[in-house]
Design a protein around this ligand. Sequence first.
Ligand code: PMP
Length: 372
Amino acid sequence: MTTATTPATATDRAFNFSAGPAVLPEPVIQQAKNDLWNVFGSGMGVCELSHRGPEYDRILEEALAITREVGKVPDNFHILFMQGGATLQTAMIPMSFLPKDKTADYFDTGKWAHDAVAEAAKIGKVNVCGITRDENYCRLPAESETNYTPGAAYCFFVSNNTIYGTQFNRFPNTDAPLVCDMSSDIYCRPIEWNKYAFVYASLQKNLGPSGQACIMVEDSFLQKAPDDTLPKLMDYKVAQKKQSRYNTPNTFAVYLMGQVVKWIKDEFGGLEQVEQYNKEKAALLYDMLDNSSFYTAHVTNPDERSLMNIPFRTTSEALDEKFIVEADKQNLKTLAGHRSIGGMRASIYNAMPIEGVKQLVEFMKNFESENA
Ligand code: PMP
């Protein structure tokens, strides 16, 4: 049994509700500690290997294989690793897939989507096909509120809005190829690959460390990218041909992502089970919020509520601040909401154990009865 001051596992680690970089699975960290010292019995640490040597060949191959297996990524999708996090993708996508004579549709459903619109608008014609900015992004645009461009080059959306806590459980009803930023919910549930042309995620929420993106791109969509006109490190075709190592890659990020996805397989079996677990965890918090008049959730529509990021507030800013300070003392860390909406946010990615959510709910109950 665990208590509020004793984390679920026999270590000195807290429950970390950070939106990212975020909690990693404990067995992965333990394995990484060993592999930093000596990986595969090679006598060399994982950060000390040549990116062209046999040990890194194996790390890359294993990371790709497990990512494909666990995510059920079809053979017609390439899996690429690129530096620059998710943000660089928002420039590279229009540079690669938005020709001068076409328009790209973008959903503006949160800060990261909004930033992606601005980045694409520097490069080509953009139509904002759905937006909820005026409502502080507390919901997603309904299909009846969308305005798609016939023959759009692609339609871009963010599947999970990390700051505001909305998550798409449906697909934009357009014929355009779908391009999706899954940074904060990749591998939290199965992915219907036949709906997508291009999926990407920064690793630091569900997959590994920051500074790196994983890209899954369908081959015929990739072929639409220009040949040899983009800077080499911003050219998806180069990344694909050079196995994501045109220059020296972030070898540790690839290694760690491989370990995290392997953990998903070992711990859960597959993404269906991960989704069940995430639903169970999220329900604990949403039930707490819905049954309280002291707390308010930012998102109220159950069909649009995120499994990963749950923003909420108390009855005043002063109490929000007190909540964050007191929770921290109970080893429930990093619960402050993003500065754009304030309040609190519990990020409960795959690696957050259910015990952490239970302890948070218990803390919320006590805090309410002491402060309501
Ligand atoms: N997209 C989403 C949905 C995010 O949550 C974030 C980071 N919080 C980003 C993009 C930006 O990621 P990065 O800092 O890795 O560029």
